[in-house]
Design a protein around this ligand. Structure first.
Ligand code: GN1
Ligand code: MG
Length: 365
């Protein structure tokens, strides 16, 4: 849930941006674990239009201006691509509104950084994907995002350094275990063992990158299935959203996180672990969809690591949830006690399910 803001406050916040029309109402929107998001309704000459207003979480993004510089460059670049490929006119990119000083963000009196987007109408984000065809389209969409950015010139800011550095995420877990500030280690011996027994293989992608066989690209880094909008009518994945973590990364991070979030028939914080697992037909959908677009730029070494990346990223986010649980739930928003622990357990159940199906995943190659 977003922090409660009054209508007057929301109106004042969006007032920092150039928006034509009359503000009607603003309401919390979406299921993000990090930022606060609102959908605003405006009246423009008798027509109702929506905008998205977001507060960037400065506990997570220490330098929101750098985040916004990345987002703004990336959305401009993609818009240009969409304009050039006339066949893709249904495709969209997020469009930022400008604040009165022309910048694509504004700071409020508390020092919080805000941004606003044109709301993409008649499309939605799915928490749980419904079919392999949908998985195909989601992967096609995220793959195309990478493809669009393949010729981007210059390097983006690394807004969260080592975001997908799994070995460092494990080191952070070990530090949290050692300090045990909230006396919670006793509850999670099994989960800690689960991570540590897989520690040795966690540096594999970084090693391949260091050896030069996997290139750095511009990646999204948070390719949860609900971070792409699916057109209500065509069912096509038309717009990648949640661009905060767009930065230099490995292509495989994006494939891995898609498989993690989208092959599970249950939600990320499902308590009944019997419902959690990797649906293989969904994996096939992601695999085919990603190769259909990003496949055009992937190297042989990247292709070979696709199955492994799914397991790695799932283990990594599970490790982050576990670390946050041990650190007193400081990073991810939680709605109940043990919420991070529940999230961690679903991830580890998924890892097991992927391990059990790894041979099948490899055979698809
Ligand atoms: C966070 O913003 P949201 O909820 O899509 C997190 C991701 C995690 C995800 C897990 C900046 O993403 O890394 O994979 O939660 N984003 C950040 O649901 O840490
Ligand atoms: Mg996100």
């Amino acid at each position: 849930m977003a922090t409660p803001y009054t209508q007057k406050e929301i109106k004042r916040l969006i007032g920092m941006f150039d928006v034509y029309g009359d503000f009607l109402v603003g309401a919390p929107f979406g299921n993000g674990n990090v930022n606060d998001t609102f959908q605003l309704t405006y009246d423009q000459g008798g027509i109702r239009l929506h905008y998205t207003l977001q507060r960037i979480n400065s506990n997570v993004f220490k330098n929101p201006v750098k985040v916004m510089e990345n987002v703004s460059k990336v959305t401009d670049h993609i818009l240009e691509k969409i304009r050039l490929a006339k066949a893709e006119t249904r495709k969209r990119t997020l469009r930022l509104l400008h604040a009165h000083d022309g910048k694509p963000y504004a700071f409020d009196d508390n020092g919080d950084c805000w941004r606003a987007y044109v709301f993409v109408e008649h499309a939605r984000a799915y928490e749980v994907l419904e079919s392999p065809e949908q998985a195909f389209r989601v992967a096609q969409g995220f793959g195309e995002f990478q493809q669009h950015l393949a010729d981007f010139e210059g390097r983006l800011h690394e807004t969260i350094p080592d975001f997908h550095n799994t070995p460092k995420r494990i080191t952070a877990l070990e530090a949290a275990v050692k300090s045990d500030c909230f006396n919670r280690v006793k509850n999670v011996a099994k989960e800690i063992d689960f991570v540590l027994s897989r520690k040795d293989e966690c540096g594999k992608l970084l090693q391949l990158h260091a050896e030069g066989s996997i290139p750095e690209r511009i990646t999204h880094n948070d390719t949860k299935a609900n971070n792409i909008l699916i057109d209500d009518l065509s069912g096509e994945a038309i717009c990648v959203i949640d661009l905060d973590t767009v930065m230099p990364g490995l292509s495989l991070y994006d494939f891995g996180d898609m498989v993690r979030s989208g092959t599970n028939p249950a939600e990320e914080d499902e308590i009944n672990l019997d419902r959690v697992g990797m649906r293989f037909d969904m994996y096939e959908g992601f695999f085919d969809g990603f190769l259909n677009t990003a496949g055009k730029i992937l190297t042989e070494a990247e292709r070979e690591m696709l199955p492994f990346s799914a397991k790695l990223i799932t283990l990594e986010i599970g490790t982050r949830f576990l670390t946050d649980y041990l650190m007193g739930d400081m990073y991810f928003k939680t709605k109940r006690p043990d919420h991070n622990l529940d999230r961690c357990r679903t991830q580890f159940k998924l890892v097991e399910s992927m391990e059990a199906q790894m041979n099948k995943m490899l055979a698809l190659l």
